[in-house]
Design a protein around this ligand. Structure first.
Ligand SMILES: Nc1ncnc2c1ncn2[C@@H]1O[C@H](COP(=O)(O)OP(=O)(O)O)[C@@H](O)[C@H]1O
Ligand SMILES: [Mg+2]
Length: 262
């Protein structure tokens, strides 16, 4: 548990199960002697777009992996919609309405774009009677259109440009019909036009009721997208605020000295 003293404003607050749609409290993840996530606490509100920012190696993906069940946390608690979901398997998280994209993802190369998305649809959709007669296919097509892959349905993943691959990974994550979507470095390698295009897709998901956490190692492209930024370094929070507040935060600037621009 947190042992905040009143004079220590940098220590994370202690949260309870209903402080947000997702609440992470005192999360700790160690790999042998390495502490990748160091007693991290944060809460995400419904329909918020939270930017989760930090230099490479800061522990962003590890936090995602602990939240979504890929890794079991060493310690700490994860609450989702008020329920303690700490350490549950990934498919249990998906069933509860949590989905994520992976930085290193591998679509099925011998299937078309739309088939890749169809295969990611929530199992409930596949096994209902209404799934017969092309409904799942139509649903997959609709999801592809939502992310801007409407013209590439019958291509194979290998034929897509880099931006198309990122959209496909996003489509596969959306296919499970999540309430909370965690997006890991969606803008890596994109031009500013492509960043803007993908941002508007993410914004429209939020407008339809989704809560989003978007990871990036800097603020590039995130400024106009996110409501709030949460900045970590060495597995700990260093700042939390609006994008403008973060940009002017001395600790954040220090963390990025000599490296990427915030
Ligand atoms: N499976 C793992 N085994 C051992 N160390 C890991 C593992 N995953 C991540 N790490 C380490 O944890 C730290 C945080 O990594 P990561 O969460 O991937 O950072 P980020 O996503 O912010 O770039 C790094 O030092 C990384 O080497
Ligand atoms: Mg990462």
């Amino acid at each position: 548990m947190s042992t905040d003293s009143e004079s220590d404003t940098t220590t994370d607050p202690t949260y309870g199960p209903n402080d947000g749609v997702l609440v992470v409290n005192d999360l700790l993840k160690q790999f042998g002697g390495l502490t990748a996530v160091d007693n991290l606490s944060f809460a995400v509100q419904e329909q918020e777009i939270l930017g989760f920012i930090g230099p490479n190696g800061a522990g962003k993906s590890t936090t995602f992996n602990c939240v979504t069940g890929t890794y079991k946390p060493t310690d700490g608690t994860v609450w989702f919609k008020g329920e303690d979901v700490t350490g549950l398997e990934p498919h249990e998280m998906v069933k509860r309405g949590m989905s994520r994209t992976f930085q290193d993802f591998a679509p099925l190369e011998d299937r078309t774009v739309v088939r890749n998305v169809e295969l990611a649809l929530a199992p409930d959709e596949l096994f209902t009677l209404s799934g017969v007669g092309g409904r799942t296919r139509r649903l997959a097509e609709e999801i592809c259109r939502r992310v801007g892959l409407g013209e590439q349905l019958e291509q194979t993943p290998g034929e897509l440009p880099h931006a198309g691959m990122l959209k496909l990974e996003l489509a596969r994550a959306i296919a499970t019909d999540p309430d909370l979507l965690l997006v890991d470095e969606p803008f890596a390698g994109l031009s500013s036009n492509e960043v803007e295009e993908l941002s508007s897709v993410l914004r429209s998901l939020r407008d339809h009721g989704m809560t989003l956490i978007v990871v990036d190692h800097n603020m590039r492209g995130l400024l106009s997208l996110i409501d709030r930024a949460f900045v970590i370094q060495f597995g700990s929070k260093i700042a939390d605020g609006t994008p403008e507040e973060i940009k002017n935060d001395p600790e954040v600037q220090e963390a990025y000295l000599g490296g990427d621009d915030i």
